[in-house]
Design a binder for this molecule. Structure first.
Ligand SMILES: Nc1ncnc2c1ncn2[C@@H]1O[C@H](COP(=O)(O)OP(=O)(O)O)[C@@H](O)[C@H]1O
Ligand SMILES: [Mg+2]
Length: 608
């Protein structure tokens, strides 16, 4: 076996996602809320399975009656009656088996559905800071496979446990009732079984842990390789990716073999104990039959009962393994469910409407968790309806600064106000309804172009969608497609270029008609001519809106009421282009190196 830990150092990022923390509350108590709505079905299931267990106990008993009462006297009617009973029992048992399997599977599917919906809803509410540090593949594994593990535990596992306990108790009662000594022989097995189970779980648990870890990493590496397939090919890293994959597949294989080996070794242990004691029973029972203390029928039935005990004992052993796996799955699921979204409505938050668009940053500082301070002492006062351009070197914190306004992150200190009120006093929903944002990189959903434009307002009319596309200068392109606005995006439809995607994202925001508009390099991926067209069109719609725009193009900056220049996380200077040009050497320097000259086009010449 390869040394996986060493390999792991060579491939950073492929370590186990998210450290597991122990949960103090027992698993069943945490799972109870998911089981409570289905109490009635659980009760039906328990009754059915208890019945099934009792029926399962009957055959040896019938055998005993057949042998002792009828066979010994060759009572034909009696034998016939037992035969009929056995057939009837078969029909009845089958019927109960059908009903309980149906109810159990129904229950299981309901539970897994409820759990997935709950998880999905919760994940949707978590804040950006959570997604910054969690891998998508990890969340997916929790929503898909961990819920299934719990479902199996909550239906099959728990119900089987109950059934098997009923069977065990029933058989023991009969054995003790017949002959205490015989019951005792079985009880002698118990400590040996417990010791065996203990060794088994101690051997198999580490292997199962390795399987889970390898499984997670295999998933993550497939995801990485597929999302980064261009880079993988471009840099010729196929072999390397394969090697990572291979290493962890190897580990998965070895751990599974190890786990199976342990199971294979320990599985015959319980049957062995039981058969050994059956032998002892046969001997002691035989002597007792000779002494007429025990009937031949009872002896035959007792041996049959001993065989019957193998199943339940094995199932109980297996349940312990299942419980360990379910606990781990439960921990991973409740890790998410117990997490409070970092950003949420404060008590007393109110829904804001009629926003004027007066934006103020008051002494704002910010840092991402565990990072250095990104923004320091930011003071800004942006009157309603003004257009403010943010410029500065890449990585200085422009995007971060504007992401504080819709509360993607909360300020570390200071305050952001809209219309003189702290944005934390508004409900998140109403705040974000009033702050539209075109992000630096755009995500398009599976669906048509129209669906994607109307993403934030599913009630939008066709005319509204078209108007938004027109402003974003996307209308001509869409209308040139055979299916127009109904064209699906992606595999089965049209692929959009970076610039087109960005314009679609602009249309998506415009349809929301927000009072405050944030544009994060909205024209970074379009040519200078389109840039101008978009900015001109947006300028029309900017009337009456406060617009905060991160831009590198002179045309955009030129039309701003105020330019804010950021440097080292602070505001270096603010004012009009003219003012900045005159007072800030950094601005002149920055301008000369950063602002794309092709958009000048004689539109102005103040800087030269
Ligand atoms: N989600 C994040 N978590 C931690 N650090 C971040 C995150 N996003 C950005 N940063 C860091 O914050 C700084 C500012 O980033 P950003 O606001 O994107 O800059 P700009 O938009 O000016 O290019 C950078 O150093 C970046 O590495
Ligand atoms: Mg940015």
């Amino acid at each position: 076996m390869r040394n996986v830990d060493q390999e792991n150092h060579a491939t950073p990022g492929y370590s186990e996602p998210g450290k597991q923390k122990a949960h103090a509350t027992p698993l069943l108590i945490k799972l109870f809320p998911f089981m409570r709505p289905h109490v009635a079905k659980y009760a039906i299931l328990l009754v059915l399975t208890a019945l099934a267990s009792i029926i399962g106990i009957l055959p040896p008993f019938m055998m005993q009656i057949a042998v002792d009462n009828y066979l010994s006297h060759l009572d034909e009617n009696g034998i016939l009656m037992i035969c009929l009973l056995v057939i009837l029992y078969g029909v009845f048992g089958g019927l109960i088996g059908f009903c309980s399997t149906y109810v159990r599977d129904y229950l299981g599917q309901r539970i897994v559905m409820d759990m997935r919906i709950k998880l999905y809803q919760h994940v949707n509410q978590l804040s950006f800071s959570y997604f910054d540090k969690t891998r998508t593949g990890d969340i997916m594994a929790r929503v898909i496979s961990d819920t299934m593990q719990l479902q199996a535990y909550m239906t099959m596992g728990l119900i089987n446990l109950a059934t098997n306990i009923v069977t065990l108790a029933g058989v023991l009662t009969i054995l003790f009732f017949w002959k205490t000594v015989i019951g005792m022989i079985f009880l002698i097995d118990v400590p040996f079984i417990l010791i065996g189970m203990h060794f088994f779980s101690r051997k198999v648990a580490p292997a199962n842990q390795r399987i889970r870890k390898a499984n997670g990493i295999i998933g993550a590496s497939i995801q990485d390789c597929l999302s980064g397939i261009r880079e993988v090919k471009l840099y010729g890293r196929e072999q390397f990716m394969l090697k990572v994959f291979d290493t962890w597949n190897d580990e998965y294989y070895n751990a599974t073999i190890e786990s199976n080996k342990q199971s294979a070794f320990w599985m015959p242990y319980v049957p062995f104990l039981v058969s050994a004691s059956s032998g002892v029973v046969l001997m002691i029972g035989g002597i007792m039959v000779a002494l007429t203390e025990f009937t031949p029928g009872q002896l035959i039935a007792t041996v049959a009962y001993f065989t019957l005990l193998v199943g339940p004992l094995r199932m109980i052993t297996r349940f312990l393994g299942m419980h360990a796996m379910a606990s781990a799955a439960g921990n991973r699921i409740f890790d998410i469910l117990d997490l409070q979204p970092a950003i949420r409505d404060l008590p007393g938050a109110f829904s804001v409407s009629d926003v004027q668009g007066h934006v103020q940053y008051k002494n704002v500082s910010f840092q991402y968790a565990e990072s250095h301070e990104i923004l320091k002492d930011i003071d800004l006062n942006i009157p309603p309806g003004k257009v403010v351009a943010f410029v500065g070197p890449s990585g200085v914190g422009k995007t971060t600064l504007l992401h504080l306004l819709p509360r993607f992150y909360d300020v570390t200190s200071g305050e952001v106000d809209i219309d003189g009120k702290d944005i934390k006093s508004f409900t998140l929903e109403s705040l974000r309804r009033n702050v539209g944002i075109v992000m630096q990189d755009t995500f398009l959903f599976d669906g048509t172009i129209a669906d994607n434009i109307a993403f934030g307002n599913t009630q939008a009319s066709k005319e509204m969608i078209q108007a938004a596309a027109r402003i974003a200068r996307l209308d001509q392109f869409i209308e040139s497609l055979p299916n127009g606005y109904k064209t699906p995006i992606g595999e089965r439809g049209v692929f959009l270029s970076g610039g087109q995607a960005q314009r679609l994202s602009l249309a998506r925001v415009l349809i929301m008609n927000p009072k405050i508009l944030i544009l994060d390099e909205p024209t970074a991926n379009v040519d200078a001519v389109t840039d101008r067209q978009i900015i001109d069109a947006v300028r029309d719609t900017m009337k009456g809106r406060t617009t905060l725009i991160i831009a590198h193009r002179l045309w955009t900056i030129h039309h701003a009421d105020m330019i804010v220049l950021l440097k080292d996380g602070k505001i270096e200077a603010k004012g009009t282009h003219q003012e900045l040009w005159e007072k800030s050497a950094f601005y002149r320097e920055f301008f000369a190196s950063q602002i794309q000259p092709e958009s000048l086009n004689g539109a102005e010449g103040k800087q030269s």
